[in-house]
Design a protein around this ligand. Structure first.
Ligand code: SF4
Ligand code: ZN
Length: 309
């Protein structure tokens, strides 16, 4: 029997189990654009006239985000700027950075690229060269520098907002991982309307209500290139176990990830308003915001200096 799109009667290619719809490629892609637009309005992520920095690593999620935001910006209500951080991983980053450059060019979007080398004085390859001795994961080290690098690029690009491609699965996984690590303070940081008054740029996640598999399908149906190699330092540990668990639950109970997102948002908003008096203080070494004393970037740089020479 022909599988017919629930919206237009065309050939259905995707069954959205949590809503019971069957969609053709074009209605599916439109649904992702519309859904992202609704998330942006619901959480007041962007305002008319804002300069929006879009974090584009060059992977399928961030390239999709740039494309979707470009489609939502047909009336030029925003100014989009692509922001790319080159961590400095030989044999891995070159491919994705070239995808980011191509997409920004194709969409005629301004592009700012910063590197760890230029900002911190070392590439990720060098920072992780002391691999065997450390007891902290590569991604945790990388993540500390990545956040700072995006902030620096955002200031350089003079944007009002930084949008990153975190999807619903990333959100739900991070929420559960913070619970499992007993890191309650970080749960408050997941607030989609979170504004840290020590930093003038809002951080938003327009894909936070979209399933990871739907972002991947959007990328595939839009002909967005998939990176062929993965990062040699990737170490997901607990995150991949949490991901498998959530995927299993979703298969058994379609829509469960959506429910988890809603519950976590309600907890997040209570926590973040309870923490609203939290203030950061300037790092005693670099002057950037820190929770007290020396910031995590300066602390990590010191450890790297001692180990990597
Ligand atoms: Fe950094 Fe980990 Fe991503 Fe590699 S996989 S770029 S180490 S965060
Ligand atoms: Zn510092």
């Amino acid at each position: 029997m022909a599988r017919i799109c629930s919206k237009c009667g065309g050939r259905g290619v995707y069954e959205r189990r949590y809503s019971g719809e069957l969609l053709c490629a074009s209605c599916f892609k439109n649904s992702i654009v519309e859904k992202t637009g609704r998330t942006i309005s619901r959480y007041r992520m962007m305002k008319f006239g804002d300069r929006i920095g879009v974090g584009v690593s060059g992977g399928k999620d961030s390239l999709s985000l740039l494309k979707v935001l470009d489609r939502l910006n047909r009336d030029s209500r925003y100014q989009l700027v692509a922001i790319t951080v080159d961590e400095g991983v030989k044999g891995y980053r070159e491919e994705s950075i070239s995808h980011a450059i191509d997409m920004a060019k194709q969409l005629k979007i301004e592009h700012v690229i910063v590197s760890y080398e230029e900002l911190f004085g070392f590439s990720l390859d060098r920072a992780l060269a002391w691999k065997d001795e450390r007891d902290i994961s590569s991604c945790s080290i990388c993540g500390v520098f990545r956040r700072r690098a995006i902030d620096e690029a955002a200031l350089r690009a003079n944007v009002d907002v930084v949008a990153t491609a975190h999807n619903l699965d990333d959100f739900a996984q991070t929420f559960l991982m913070n619970l499992l690590h007993g890191d309650v303070e970080r749960i408050g940081w997941l607030d989609p309307a979170y504004f840290d008054d020590s930093f003038p740029v809002r951080r938003v996640k327009p894909f936070m209500e979209i399933y990871e598999e739907e972002v991947a399908l959007y990328a595939y149906l839009s002909g967005i290139p998939f990176q062929s190699v993965s990062c040699p330092y990737m170490h997901e540990g607990l995150r991949s176990e949490v991901r498998d668990y959530l995927n299993e639950m979703e298969v058994k109970h379609p829509g469960m990830k959506n429910v988890l997102l809603k519950s976590s948002l309600s907890i997040v908003s209570r926590l973040s308003s309870a923490e609203s008096e939290h203030r950061s203080v300037p790092c005693t070494s670099c002057g950037k915001p820190s929770s007290g004393g020396i910031c995590s970037v300066c602390r990590m740089k010191e450890v790297i200096r001692q180990h990597a020479g």
